[in-house]
Design a protein around this ligand. Structure first.
Ligand SMILES: [Fe+2]
Length: 164
């Protein structure tokens, strides 16, 4: 879980840089987004509500808390800001890239965006990764392959932390 949050942070930082947004704010939103997962013990109706509260207590802005809150679709809260939308698509991308890296002996090192794209199209590969959610990168103006390439580069940048 910590690695998943670090990977999401890295992708969010890269997205912030690309869009000229607040890198620290976007990165921390990624880092904190699943902070409540172990506390809610699988209760998806609490997941991300508690997380948003914890983030606020830690000093997160209302914008950050909102992005964390609405990344869990179970609440039916619409994604409004670019930060909301960025977190929503970055979250499953980290899972897809991690799964694609784990089946390779060299992990992230030789992994290309093209091969992640291939994995994306294989429905049974990492079936838990919501493809529609990854594809929602289009809502922030990114094509899938470019988004994958950005996420992959970001995760390669912290490969040793991710042990990938
Ligand atoms: Fe997540």
């Amino acid at each position: 879980m910590v690695k998943h949050m670090l990977a999401t942070e890295a992708i969010m930082r890269a997205l912030a840089k690309k869009f000229g947004e607040e890198e620290e704010e976007w990165g921390l939103t990624g880092l904190l987004h699943d902070i409540d997962v172990e506390l809610v013990e699988g209760d998806m109706n609490s997941h991300s509500k508690l997380g948003a509260d914890i983030a606020r207590e830690l000093g997160a802005s209302e914008e950050m808390a909102h992005a964390i809150l609405c990344h869990n679709e179970a609440h039916g809260i619409p994604r409004e800001t670019k930060l909301d939308k960025a977190l929503f698509c970055a979250d499953p991308l980290s899972g897809l890239i991690t799964a694609a890296a784990l089946i390779r002996p060299d992990k992230l090192t030789g992994l290309t965006a093209r091969s992640v794209m291939k994995r994306f199209r294989e429905k049974r590969f990492a079936a838990g990764v919501n493809r529609e959610q990854v594809l929602s990168c289009q809502e922030i103006g990114l094509e899938l392959e470019g988004f994958i390439a950005l996420g992959l580069e970001a995760m390669k940048g912290i490969a040793s932390k991710l042990e990938l």
